[in-house]
Design a protein around this ligand. Structure first.
Ligand SMILES: Cc1ncc(COP(=O)(O)O)c(C=O)c1O
Length: 414
């Protein structure tokens, strides 16, 4: 019997971070790219031939999209997408109950009201059935924000017909899904628009950053105008065609992203292979079931590697204790966002109404209980994507640490 590290034993994965590369990574290429921007004295993207322009076309091409509009971060990417597809104050926007809060706050920033859809507890993604039920029940829904949770693409085959039938726009939240594919097509412009994040923890990063993708020419022109405070790039700087805000990405961000884009392409392939390998290892342990992927998923870009912890299989030991034990072994496991969004303080009556336009009716978030979201968050365990950038030995260490805990679960029962 091995003693668990949390009980003073030897951590079985103590060498894990010798095998996992540091994140975010950088080298001479990134340093040179930044210095070039500094020395060019063109730090803002408003000149033609900007790095932001080149990044937009390069990233859009990689993601099989016709247009890209680079922005300051992933939150405003979603805001810009929702605004562009026509979401206005008082509209409703369907959002999955389990996601980062920006998927919902992008709507409230426009004065629109999030309506939480349940999720499929096996995939972690928005449930098409729940979306259909909301559309049957509610008037005034303008858009659905579909999050590819952890990088796992949503079921477009089921969602798109529902959107089309109800005249509702589909905005993909791709903050977790760089490189993810549905039936051979990369996500982002499969729906009407898609928003990505390049925040520090994401698969492609400049510390902060974002992009909106679309195949729709009109949306692209409109988003470009909105993102540049109503100006048209290339026209005189003080001609404004609409009232809006400034969402622009800096040239420093664009330079880093351009320097890292080729690396992302290779990393997506490696993470996909390693994700499959780790999933296979976990399936054989039992009680730690990897997040299910639909058959339409042809490539999984990862933000989170996720598995569902089955307390019964681990002798009734609660998830929190299991995670503490796993961390003590050296595996940086976590709980994702920890709760359905409707349980966040920000969605309590007073906090919500304070930021919404006068006259907004409180949708009763405080009394919500969506079974799929509850079940998923109760069991969800996450590992950040960069562990999948290590060699197989590291993944074997993770699996071995879980096996060790399972074999010695008695030590956690007190
Ligand atoms: C699902 C999801 N949507 C949107 C965002 C917002 O991105 P950003 O942090 O770049 O504003 C994030 C970032 O964490 C996210 O995880």
């Amino acid at each position: 019997m091995a003693r668990l590290a949390i009980k003073g034993g030897n951590p079985s994965a103590k060498d894990l971070f010798r095998l996992v590369p540091p994140w975010p990574a950088f080298g001479e290429k990134e340093k040179r790219a930044l210095i070039e921007v500094l020395e060019s004295r063109r730090w803002c993207r408003i000149y033609s031939g900007s790095r932001a322009e080149l990044f937009e076309s390069s990233f859009a091409e990689y993601h099989h999209a016709k247009h890209g509009i680079a922005v300051a971060n992933g939150t405003v990417a979603l805001e810009l997408a929702l605004k562009t597809v026509g979401v206005r104050q008082g509209d409703k926007v369907i959002v999955p109950a389990v996601t980062f809060i920006a998927s919902a706050s992008a709507a409230t920033e426009l004065g629109a009201v999030p309506v939480f859809a349940d999720i499929d507890p096996e995939t972690g993604n928005i449930s098409p059935r729940s979306v259909r039920e909301i559309l049957e029940r509610e008037d005034g829904v303008r858009a659905v924000v579909a999050v590819h949770y952890g990088g796992n693409p949503v079921n477009f085959d089921e969602l798109k017909p529902i959107m089309a039938k109800n005249g509702v726009k589909l905005v993909e939240d791709c903050a977790h899904a760089h490189g993810s594919e549905w039936r051979g097509r990369r996500v982002g412009a499969i729906g009407d628009m898609g928003g990505f994040s390049f925040q520090e923890s994401k698969s492609l990063t400049a510390g902060e950053g974002g992009i909106v993708l679309t195949d729709n020419d009109e949306y692209a022109a409109k988003a470009r105008l909105i993102h540049n405070i109503g100006r048209v790039l290339g026209r005189p700087g003080y001609e404004h065609y609409i009232l809006s805000s400034n969402y622009r990405m800096t040239e420093f961000q664009a330079a880093i992203l351009l320097a890292k884009l080729d690396e992302l392409k290779e990393q997506v392939e490696k993470k996909h292979r390693n994700g499959e390998y780790l999933a296979d290892r976990l399936r054989r342990i039992g009680g730690v079931e990897p997040q299910k992927m639909e058959s339409g998923v042809t490539k999984r870009g990862y933000y989170y590697f996720i598995f569902r912890y089955d307390q019964e299989e681990f002798g009734g030991v609660p998830k929190g204790k299991f995670i503490s034990a796993l961390r003590a072994e050296g595996v940086p496991a976590d709980v994702g966002y920890g709760m359905p969004l409707y349980r966040q303080k920000a969605f309590s009556r007073d906090a919500f109404l304070e930021v919404m336009p006068p006259g907004t009716k409180y949708p009763g978030y405080d009394g919500m209980y969506l079974p799929g979201a509850e079940e998923f968050t109760k069991r969800e365990v996450t590992l950040l994507h960069y562990v999948l950038l290590a060699e197989r030995e590291a993944l074997d260490m993770i699996a071995a640490a879980i096996e060790k805990i399972k074999e010695n679960i008695g030590e956690l029962k007190d």
